[in-house]
Design a protein around this ligand. Sequence first.
Ligand code: GAP
Length: 432
Amino acid sequence: MKKSDGTMDKLVSLCKRRGYIFQSSEIYGGINSCYDYGPLGVELKRNIKDLWWNAMTRDRDDIEGLDTSILMHPKVWHTSGHVEGFTDPLVDCKKCKSRYRSDDIDTEACPKCGGELTEARKFNLMFKTFMGPVEEDASIVYLRPETAQGIYVNFVNVVNTARRKIPFGIAQIGKAFRNEITPGNFIFRTREFEQMEMQYFVHPSEDEKWMEHWKEERFKWYEKIGLNKNKLRFHEHSKDELAHYAKAAVDIEYEFPFGWQELEGVHNRTDFDLSRHQAESNKKMSYFDESLGSRYIPYIIETSAGCDRTILSVLTDAYDEEEERVVMRLNPSVAPIKVAVFPLVNKDGMPEKARKIYDDLRKNIKTFYDTGGAIGRRYRRQDEIGTPFAITVDSDTMEDDTVTLRYRDSMKQERYPVDNIKNVLKDKLELK
Ligand code: GAP
């Protein structure tokens, strides 16, 4: 793994200072690897989830949505193989007690102190808790480590109620939990995170075709939300890297300041999950294909993205330092605030005029209004949080009813009539 060039520290500090991301429970010293999204972070996250949801369920017409519960029948996790197989190899240093994933380190002895390491033992990543008042084995339930299983156990419900024919998909966004041995790199690897998963059900003979399709579609999506194409690549899994459920897998990776890392996995899960659920539940998981006149258990091509990781890639990709300013070159589609409205000075009717423009815009476009301080400082503030446009009301506005529109990236300014500014912005933001 490459050493960070300092960008991560600067980004973490900016995120806290400007209200993107805070350490969870900070007043108590924080809790390791848990984070809270602040006022800007929550808007960014919502934009990313909406862009994903729209790409899956609006831009195409072969995918249904679903929102399933985090707690599921414990048999789900036995059947899926997670109780048995969702483990990482854990080693401890006998001297300094540091803990590692043994596949993360390439030394025989502790990387920190050189001490002797214990034999690797399997550590299950699922969080356990108890359902009901009695803390006994019979009441153990798990916090889901992936949202996918909620989709599989509802496959027949969706086929029957949405009257879908194969091929079709089911999409879900939701929290997942993993008791990671080594969380880290800010929101890259945490113990609570959000997944955006889609399971696409296909005829077993068409799995490779659809795997190719989804690989390409998902790669394009990251370009569409503004990530630098040169920092994206595929990583095909070799046989010994494959998860217990997969026949083939490809990761979409992004080059973070700390190296190339997985953003999303596209997996061919075959009929593994549905067959196992059918065998264990004694409920039919097969599908009757009218066009073929035959019944089969479909294969599943899964696209599994991490929402928080996508956010981190978007933020690191956008972060830029110039001599005079720090600028977040966020794609307008993900930017938390799309436009800021400023009166040049806080008098001569300018605040009233600016406020009116703000009130008109904010119902359709996320807008920020700011009167305080020198105009240059106000622009810099918006540059640092990634607001792509700023509108300024100045003395000319009071004469001819035009305003300046300033571009974050080029810092160029253009004048537009007040009564046209909303349409101009809608055009630039590609809003309907
Ligand atoms: N349903 C398949 C599945 O969960 P995965 O490769 O284990 O596959 C999918 O996880 C995605 O979830 C990853 O590519 C990553 O973006 C995200 N993810 C997994 N573990 C994570 C963690 N501890 N913190 C943040 N994101 C995580």
